[in-house]
Design a protein around this ligand. Structure first.
Ligand code: PEP
Length: 253
């Protein structure tokens, strides 16, 4: 099944509103500039409204880096799925390893967020990935399969088919170290097989991304693999010219 490459920039806690607007001006493609690749940017919440305006009619999609699982009420500091829809969001990153580590997000909460995002027609980008110890002990594939299972278990097949999964080994995020494209392909195959076991044929249409020190110099080797459908990009999405070049290098299908 044909799956369109998706490249998503995760700005983490970087860029204020004026920096985001400068980025948008530099990043705006020539007509047809992104070719056959879907592109999304996930800024901090504070820059979302400005980017919604700056990206109008560019084809660049907006995503958030987190969401809460209730729609409104006494949840100080949280942002709801309907608020994200209101800001023009299409995607939301859920379960990033930095949130699992620093905010102690659990698989249960992550599963709840995925479900609520889907109910609001947001596309969750579910992040999974092993740490270095698990990789070295040969337990990476088993660990990631369990993470996928726990996050998706309560969804219908149709809902599972609307999730994007980002395989992000914790040891590769922001470190300059990456697994080989063969190791990533093996993991993405295992993730697809896990989803197929739960949801059947929709797994073939699901996009599975790689994330972890992706750069313009190494993106092509990943997206050439049949089960790697794009990338979640942190540091290299912060500089407009580099991110544009990375996207250009991802046009391989
Ligand atoms: C990320 O934040 O999801 C990520 C993959 O970061 P980096 O590309 O900087 O490793």
């Amino acid at each position: 099944m044909e799956r369109k490459i998706l490249i998503v920039g995760n700005w983490k806690m970087n860029k204020d509103v004026s920096e985001a607007v400068v980025f948008a001006k530099e990043f705006y493609p020539e007509p047809g500039g992104f070719g056959d690749v879907d592109v999304a940017v996930c800024p901090p919440f504070t820059a979302m409204a400005a980017l919604k305006e700056a990206f109008t009619n560019t084809g660049i999609m907006l995503g958030a880096q987190n969401v809460f699982y209730e729609d409104r009420g006494a949840f100080t500091g949280e942002v709801s799925p309907s608020m994200l829809k209101d800001l023009g969001c299409k995607f939301v990153i859920i379960g990033h390893s930095e949130r699992r580590e620093h905010m102690k997000e659990t698989d249960k909460e992550i599963g709840r967020k995925v479900m609520v995002a889907l109910k609001h027609r947001l596309t969750p980008i579910l992040c999974v990935g092993e740490d270095l110890k698990q990789r070295e002990m040969g337990r990476a594939v088993g660990f990631v399969r369990v993470q996928v299972d726990k996050a998706l278990v309560d969804l219908s097949s149709e809902e599972m088919g609307r999730v994007v999964i980002a395989y992000e080994p914790v040891w590769a995020i922001g470190t300059g170290r990456t697994p080989t494209s063969g190791q990533v392909e093996e993991m993405c195959q295992a993730i697809r097989a896990t989803v197929a076991g739960m949801a059947g044929a929709v797994a073939q249409g699901m996009r599975i991304l790689y994330g972890g020190s992706v750069q313009k110099e190494n993106i092509a080797q990943f997206v050439q693999e049949p089960n790697i459908d794009g990338a979640l990009v942190g540091g290299a999405s912060l500089r407009a010219a580099d991110f544009r070049e990375l996207i250009a290098q991802a046009q391989v299908r």
